[in-house]
Each structure stands twice: as C-alpha cells, then as structure tokens.
Design a protein around this ligand. Sequence first.
Ligand SMILES: Nc1ncnc2c1ncn2[C@@H]1O[C@H](COP(=O)(O)OP(=O)(O)OP(=O)(O)O)[C@@H](O)[C@H]1O
Ligand SMILES: [Zn+2]
Length: 746
Amino acid sequence: MSAPVLASIAVGRPVRGEFTYTLPEELAGRLEPGQRVLVPFGRGTALGFYLGPASPPPGEKVRLKAVQRVLEDSPSLPKDLIALLRFAAVHYRYPLGEVIRGALPPGLSKAVEEKEAKPDVQHFAVALVNEVPPELSRAPAQSAALAYLLAVGGRAPLEEVAHAIPGARETLKKLATRGFAKLEEKTVEAGVKEGLIQGRPDHLTPEQAAAGVELRAALDAGAFQPFLLHGVTGSGKTEVYLRAAEHALTLGKGTLILVPEIALTPQLVGRFRSRFGSEVAVLHSALKDRERLFHWQALRRGDVKIAVGVRSAVFAPVNNLGLIVVDEEHDPSFKQEEKLRYQARDLAVVRGKQASAVVVLGSATPALETLENVNRGRYRLLELKRRVDDRPMPSIEMVDLRLERPREGVVTEEAPILSPPLLAAMEETIGRGQQVILFLNRRGHSTVLLCEVCGLSLKCSECDVCLTHHRSQSRVVCHYCGLAMPVPEQCLECTGPMLKLGIGTERVEAEVLERIPTARVARLDRDSATSAERLTEMLASFARRELDVLVGTQMVAKGHDFPGVTLVCVVMADTSLSIPDFRAAERTFHLLTQVAGRAGRGKDPGRVLVQTYNPDAEPVRRVLAHDFSGFSTQELEWRKALAYPPYSRMAAVRLEGEHPEQTASVARSLGNLVSRNMPPASAGVRLLGPALAPISRIRGKTRWQFLLKGPTHTALAPLLARVEAALAEVPSTVKVVIDVDPGAML
Ligand SMILES: Nc1ncnc2c1ncn2[C@@H]1O[C@H](COP(=O)(O)OP(=O)(O)OP(=O)(O)O)[C@@H](O)[C@H]1O
Ligand SMILES: [Zn+2]
C-alpha cells in the first residue's frame, strides 16, 4: 500500500497553526491551494482551507483523519492572498483559520458549498442632471440621493446608494419619474467598460508625468517595487493613481486602492468610478453579505479588475494583481483595533511582495515609518512638490493666543475663543463670497466640567475620562462608552457651582453664529454626521457653496477638494499635543498640515490661521514654516534616541478585567514572566510596564498594559510566545490581547 497523500489544512476555528489531514484517493492531486473543504474536527466537522501538501508529522504515529469533501470547484482564495493571510496569522499572532474566515465574505466563511452570488445583473442609478435642481429643496431625501449620485460621478450601483442613504431605492424611483435620474439594469461581464470618461485632464503636470513614467516602467517590469508618492496637498496624487491603474489594465492586471474612509472620500471614489465604470468594485465597511460575496466572486473571476475599499479591502481577491495604492497612507484608520490587529498599509506592502506587484503609498504627510523605509533605500521616492497649475501653497500664519486674547477677565462658559484676527479674516473671506473651514479636534460644547469650589471635574462613572457637555442635547456624554446624563447644576461632591471649560466644535459653531450672524454655518463631526446620508449631503452642500463656514473635527481635514475654500482656521493647535503617545507630535503635525492643505485649492490663493498657546511647540512651528522635512528629521532623531519605531519594533500586551485587583495581579505576573525570560541586555529588548493604561478604565473595566520594544520582531517573538502559553492559566474574567505594531497607545 502506498503512503497516504497528506494535506496541510487551516481550520476555521480559533485554534493556532495548521493541521495535517490525509486526502482520500479521489481528491489526491485534484486539490488546489485556497480551496475550501470540509474536515472532521473535534466531535464534529469544520470548514477547512487546503493550503498545500504536508509532510508526515514528526514523532509517534498519530492516526490522521481524512478530508471529507471539497466545497467548491475553484479556490476562493488566490495564491498571493493565502501567502498574505499566513503572514498575518504569524505576524499578528492570530489563529490562521480565523484570519482566513475573517477575510472571506460571509457566504464563504461557513462550511457550506459555494453559491453563486446573484445577481449577475446589477442595477445602476444614473443622474440625468448636473446639479441638484432648486425644486428639490423641499424634498431632502431626493436631494440627498441625487447629491450622492453626483458626488460619485453621476452613476452608481443601486445597492451602494441604498447603503449610503436609507430608503434610496424608493427615493430614486421618485427621482426617475421626475426625470432627474434613471435606473438601469446591466449584466456584469468581463471587460465591460462604460464610456463615462469624465474629467480626465489632458495634460499632466511635469511632476505627475515623471511619476507616471516611473510607475509605468515598474508595472511593465512586473516585479515587486514599493514607492512612496510624497505629494503636497493639492498636487494631484489621485491622477497619478488613476493613470497607473489605467496602465495596469492595459497589461491585463488588477488594481487595489485602499482609502481611509469611503463616506469621507466620495470624490476619490467618483474619480475612479467615472474613469473605469463597472470595472470598479467599491468595498465599504457596511456592505450586505450578498454584496460582499458578489464583489468577491466578480474580483476573483477577474470580471472586475479594480477594487477601491477601506482597510479590510487589503484582502480583496483582485485577480492578477499588478498595482496596490494606499492613499493617505499615514492615516491611523488603517490599523484595525480588534480581533486581527493588522495594519493594512503594512499588509499592502507584504501583499505586493507576494504578488510581485507595484505598491504606491501616497500622502502629503507620510508616516515616519514609511520615510525611514525610503531613507534605507527600501522604497523609491516619487515627489510632487508643487500644486496643480502651479497654484501657491497657502500662507500659514500664527495667532498667539497668549497675546491675542479672545477673552478678558473671568473664565466662563461664554468666554470667546475666536480671536480678533481670526474673526476679521473670516468676515473678509465670507464678504468676498469665499468659504472657510474651522478645525478643532474636539466635539461637544465644553470638554471639562469643573467645580469652582473643590476643583473636582466631572468624570464618567464607568471610564477614566471627563464627560463632555453637549449643549444641543442638554446632556453630558462620555466619548468612550456613550454614557449620557443630564447636566448637573452643581458639583456632585460639594454642591459648588460648575465651570464649563475646554472647548468643542459645538461651541465654536455657536460662537461663529453669534459673531457673524449672516454666515451660513454647518458643523461636521460624529454628532452631526449621524448617518452617511447627512455626511454626504453636508459635504455636497458645502461643495455647492450653500454654506460659508464648515466647523469640524478631523473629518474636515481628510482629502476634500473644495475650490471655494480660501481660509482655514485652526481653532486650537495644542489639543492633541499632550496625549501620552509617542506619536502625538507626528499626529498633530499631520492633522495641521492636512487641514491647512484644504485652503487655496481653486484659482484663489489660500490662507491659514493657526491659533495656539504653544507657538514654540515643535510640530506647530514646523507647520507654520511648511517644513515637513525639518519636522521629520527632528522627530526621527528623537525616535532613534528613545528607540521608538521606526527604530524598533513594538508589541503591546493589553489586559482588561472586571476586578481591579485581579487584573493588576495578572498584569504583574505576566510582566514577571516576561522579565524572567528577558534575553541578555545586549539583545536590546526592553520591557515597559506593566502599568495602568493611560485611560485606566473603560466601560467599568480596569485596563493594564505593558510594552515590549526590540530591534526586530524576531527578538520579541519568544517573549510573546511565553505570554501566549501562559494565557491558559489566566482567569476568564481578565481578557488579554497581544497587539503587534500597536497604533494608539491609550
Ligand atoms: N494634470 C492636472 N490638470 C488639471 N487639474 C488636475 C490635474 N491633476 C489633478 N488635477 C486636479 O487638481 C485637484 C487636486 O488633486 P488631488 O485631489 O488629486 O490632490 P491630492 O494630491 O490628492 O491632494 P490631498 O493630499 O490634499 O488630498 C483636483 O481637483 C484634480 O482634479
Ligand atoms: Zn464612559
């Protein structure tokens, strides 16, 4: 009897590693890696993924079980994706089967036979007008649906509009009967391309053209090549991505574009859609199961060759992948903060390597990790130093709040925050018929309520954070757990009067309305943008210039392209400086540069005013001087001195428990375990903590953490493996997670 054929299988259960099964004769030699199979597991059966042949397990003879059945004819997972998922499981220390299941659309993540996702017919809505007509002003739903369509290039799948705007199916029918839109049915076929070529500039800027030449050469070469596209705000990076994707298509290759947030980037989605029509699958976070499956299969078959999506789209099965773009690669939202804690930008580079693809990381403010990769010669640098049409960069001026006091005397709720120079600039801009963005990275009205007598501040009962006053809701709210309660009239401890300190966007909006009563003002933050519908409508109405002033949080700093904006005001540059995170300075610099970059993108030059109490703070000074390279050089030196990334690798072990004492003791014992097993000092591995997390309680759970720093991931791995092995002994009331390459330190 010949030896049985062995197969390596990832099992879709929370278990680590790969498992060896035997293959029944009728399957041997017939399976392809990435195919889903049914395997016996424990007392029942489980979904499995065939990964390839296996060699016999070492040691005593174990009786291996046999694969029961194949669930699909062709593999759901392309080869490069299997390699990526394997890497992710090892690197982020998460069970492989769970990693694979998490990447698959729901229809494929269960142990059932593959079903063809219907429809092969897709329904599209098409706008028949170029702007929302005035007669729709009393029909907000219709005007929102139409605004969405226009924002994404005039045409979009019905599913997508209905996702963005609840009830849009009915609304679009109404719009169709009124002749403002039409509904179409279209069979999705390979290579169909609709001729909606819209807004493709005839001439590239010299820098765009030069970048294009390099990217085309790299695509032609067909090998892995990572690039950083460092282009100042408004330099036309999107057009570089589009041309590269066009070239990939002519080579018959697929493209994957990752963006931070779809709802905030309808313009980018629209540019891809209008250039490539139904060649584009848009993968947003809240697709329905069936739609996810539909897109997965269409991409897997190669019927659709371009995917634009958020973080999780890094796992999209784009066929014959030639190009991966990560737009706004510095954005913290590329890091997933639960389950598989991956950094999609990093995985994009790994995937590019496995697929022999060209990778373009684009940003006006690249992450220091990315810059260091350029410095070490790992990534090639493409630069766009000038704005499109040689438009000038905005002038940036500082308003020193220590001198330009917006308020006199007492500190009260009514104390103004907009300084005289700021107000003057706003009035002047609005007077010229131009638009203003006001940025403050705090929502709510006042962010601290403090007793004037005993000094006690009002904190959440479940979390270690102050409650924020939301005046429009007449409530104080916890921004971590959502707890809300009426605003206390007096101090809960000593009945003293409460001062409302610390400003939020709501208060800035109120002050603008009070000081410039004629201004048309809207606020863009998570309180006002309660749905994708409202968000889109607000952005669209600002774009249509129905608003003069947009006040908002970092949501206004993202890649918007509003030509009418000539003034950007940073209400307080200091808010994010004091956060206990080694990336606080970098994050502040990025945010300020990005928001400043919203000014002067049209034909009129832009101006930026930055109010601050800390004009000497490094990130503030460097933003004022437009000095990206000065900032990054200095910050990299500091990181090097303290051995922070990119000069070290980090992992965080985070604990969360119901009982403070028990959590502390588990943290200490895991910490001890690590310090007992530390390699010699020369290895350069360091343990920081264990200590209470900077936010020591959330939702009533006590939080501890410790950090490991070392020269390489390999240096940290044995210690993390020890921690993992010890987890079996940890009581179930304490949850422990390992976070490799952590993002936020809170
Ligand atoms: N070659 C070109 N000729 C004319 N206009 C162009 C050209 N390339 C891009 N544009 C236009 O310039 C504007 C800015 O481009 P884009 O939004 O891509 O900038 P960006 O580099 O992504 O900026 P940010 O980083 O601020 O998001 C857009 O309105 C775009 O349509
Ligand atoms: Zn809370």
